[in-house]
Design a protein around this ligand. Structure first.
Ligand code: SF4
Ligand code: SF4
Length: 187
């Protein structure tokens, strides 16, 4: 069994505290990577990420594409025979990557996450057009989705104006409480 003591110096201990997940529970069976729908696009599969954390390679994990490509589908967590919440660990890794400044300015997946949270915080639910424009801006190609977006706008599939829902003040409060408890939010 591949087991390595989690070291304070590596910062992995902080990850364990933040996520409540201990990578040392992983025995490298590979079931998480086998079921992950996005592992084909990742630089390190979820199983490899677990092993990297076991040996203290936190910096490499934080700057990996994997952390931002993960779609939080939880397939990995559901398949794990050790009940390791790999998806929860990926969430915590994204938070740590933001806090430690490990995210490249041109990381489009990270920009998408940020824009998504900003949309929910501002409007109480997703504003699709705003998210699409933010995604295009992050890619540096403002016109890249026009061929799809314009027909959808014409047919009313996406709205020109942001949604107005009840309870937006409560949603902002949820974001504020999350910040107070040490979480992250879109700006
Ligand atoms: S939660 Fe992320 S890592 Fe896990 S299976 Fe889904 S995409 Fe892959
Ligand atoms: S499924 Fe669980 S035990 Fe198996 S490699 Fe993934 S995290 Fe480790």
């Amino acid at each position: 069994m591949l087991q390595t003591v989690v070291s304070e110096e590596t910062g992995v201990a902080e990850l364990v505290r933040l996520s409540g997940v201990n990578p040392n529970q992983c025995y490298q069976c590979g079931k998480c990577a086998g079921g992950c729908p996005l592992s084909f696009a990742m630089d390190y599969s979820p199983t490899v990420i677990m092993r990297m954390l076991q040996v203290g390679m936190l910096e490499q994990v934080l700057s990996s594409k994997t952390v931002w490509l993960c779609a939080s589908c939880k397939t990995c967590s559901n398949r794990c025979p050790q009940d390791v919440d790999v998806a929860g660990l990926m969430d915590a890794l994204r938070i740590m990557a933001w806090r430690k400044g490990s995210v490249d300015r041109d990381n489009r997946q990270a920009a998408f996450h940020r824009a998504f949270l900003h949309s929910i915080k501002s409007h109480g639910r997703l504003y699709e057009l705003g998210l699409a424009l933010a995604g295009s801006a992050a890619s540096g190609r403002m016109t890249k989705d026009l061929d799809v977006g314009l027909p959808m706008l014409r047919k009313g599939k996406i709205k020109l104006l942001p949604p107005r829902i009840k309870g937006r003040r409560q949603i902002k409060r949820i974001f504020a409480l999350t910040m107070e408890s040490g979480g992250e939010q879109g700006e």
